[in-house]
Design a protein around this ligand. Structure first.
Ligand SMILES: Nc1ncnc2c1ncn2[C@@H]1O[C@H](COP(=O)(O)OP(=O)(O)O)[C@@H](O)[C@H]1O
Ligand SMILES: O=C(O)[C@@H](O)C(=O)COP(=O)(O)O
Length: 440
């Protein structure tokens, strides 16, 4: 294995696994596997990029640091020469949160003296300018992210946000340096007093230049965008460049949505206009009257019609429910419901699962991987930017789409089921991007 990624959630892991598997023309990508949690066995020898999916974004700090260190040790034991710590393109974390401490622990273990932080992902509208994070034309704190149920992002200045999480000095690599290209970036890094540097990036060219400047860096941190320029450093040594063949998966389907983002709520609403849809009564879940059986019964009655069950709710509803039941208890209960429902569906022969939401996807993917006793997922065609089809299991594989709450076009659920079946990427990435811009 040449490059290893530690991703702090599962949707983020599939996003960066997609980037590494695809690479950039004309080089192409690396043979990539996404792992549900930290594997215990060695990776198959043909894997060139290994992406470990953790559920550490919202975990207690000590647990996030411990798990990330263990993941690092496994990746190094597989031979990885470069490590990427992948977090969200909207820098999801709390002021006491995990990005700083995890990066510090990884940097210490790798002996990294300068570490770049760059969540920019221009294909989905995330850019970093003057150390501030934007979602399309809107500063992060006004993009809807301030209402996130677990990681409300209330400050667009990610230098300040990161500094609140770490003892390391946080500096800035401004756009006028990034624009001057790889050698200027390297000089600025060498000259910087700060150990951690937030890098501005407003275009894919900026990310490619950062990638080139960081070719020999032991540790890089960022969103999936920062990985675009990485496969080409390894291609001459890589054994294979093509994304794994994907044959298409047919069979019963279910869509589960736990994200409360504006994008997911709009996608749910659009899907509900033409498909069977079950709004999950969250108070019923907490009272034990809405159960796994309620959800599987709904799916079984609607197989073939792209059924969707969702807990997604408005910020006001989320606030009311959190006040009544407690934020963590609620999140844990919903994760468990989605996880158990997914494994019941897979056991009864469902073959296509689409999931919206990072925490929700983590719960579902872990339980599907455990049910199928298959921790490694392979990367198939891309549905919309940052959302690949994943396959789990060897005999009768299950196709999974783990959709970040904020990603995807307005028709992403239906499209995911179609692409899983056909195996063909649809030429609508541009249209999807436009839809994504509108629904925020
Ligand atoms: N109706 C609801 N009320 C309160 N919390 C909810 C509700 N529905 C989902 N949640 C919680 O909100 C969080 C959404 O996070 P996540 O799944 O990561 O989505 P995103 O990708 O938008 O970040 C989860 O922890 C989920 O359990
Ligand atoms: O970088 C991103 O935006 C995604 O890869 C990601 O991390 C998604 O997280 P959620 O929005 O919590 O699904």
């Amino acid at each position: 294995m040449l490059i290893g990624v530690i991703a702090d959630d599962f949707t983020g892991a599939s996003d960066i696994a997609n980037t590494l598997a695809r690479g950039v023309a004309p080089d192409g990508g690396l043979r990539t596997a996404q792992f549900a949690g930290i594997p215990t066995d060695p990776a198959p020898s043909e894997i060139e990029a290994g992406v470990i999916s953790l559920k550490s974004r919202t975990a207690p700090r000590a647990a996030a640091v411990d798990e990330s260190r263990t993941a690092l040790r496994w990746l190094r034991a597989q031979g990885c020469r470069q490590i990427v710590f992948k977090y969200c393109s909207t820098f999801d974390s709390t002021p006491e949160g995990n990005i700083g401490p995890v990066a510090e622990a990884l940097a210490d273990e790798l002996g990294a003296t300068k570490v770049v932080f760059c969540p920019a992902f221009p294909a989905t509208g995330r850019t970093v300018y003057q150390g501030h994070l934007f979602v399309h034309d809107t500063p992060l704190d006004r993009s809807g992210m301030a209402d996130h149920p677990l990681t409300p992002m209330t400050d667009p200045d990610i230098r300040r946000w990161l500094q609140s999480q770490t003892r390391a000095a946080v500096g800035h690599l401004p756009i006028d340096i990034v624009r001057r290209g790889p050698s200027a970036i390297r000089c600025a890094l060498d000259a910087a007093d700060a150990r951690f540097l937030i890098a501005d990036a407003i275009s894919e060219d900026n990310l490619m230049d950062l990638g080139a400047a960081l070719a020999d860096a032991p540790l890089i941190t960022g969103g999936s965008g920062i990985a675009q320029g990485l496969p080409r450093h390894f291609i001459p040594r890589a054994t294979g460049r093509a994304a794994a063949a994907y044959a298409g998966v047919t069979g019963p389907e279910a869509i589960l949505a736990g994200s409360c983002s504006g994008a997911t709520r709009a996608q749910v609403e659009a899907h509900a206009a033409a498909h069977p849809t079950l709004p999950i009564d969250v108070r019923g879940v907490m009272a034990g009257t809405v159960t796994v059986k309620s959800l599987t019964g709904f799916f079984d009655a609607n197989v073939g019609r792209a059924p969707l069950a969702y807990s997604s709710a408005t910020p006001a509803e989320v606030r009311a429910l959190q006040a009544e039941f407690g934020r963590d208890a609620l999140a844990a209960r919903l994760d468990t419901l989605f996880a158990q429902t997914a494994s019941a569906l897979v056991r009864s022969g469902y073959r296509r699962l689409v999931v919206a939401g990072g925490e929700t996807s983590g719960a579902v993917a872990q339980s599907v991987a455990a049910t199928l006793k298959a921790p490694a997922m392979t990367i198939g065609p891309e549905i919309d930017p940052g959302i690949p089809v994943l396959t789990v299991g060897d005999d009768a594989p299950v196709a999974l789409a783990l959709k970040s709450g904020n990603f995807g076009g307005i028709d992403v659920f239906q499209k995911a089921l179609r692409v899983m079946e056909s195996g063909h990427q649809e030429p609508a990435a541009r249209a999807a991007r436009l839809a994504q811009a509108r629904i925020r």
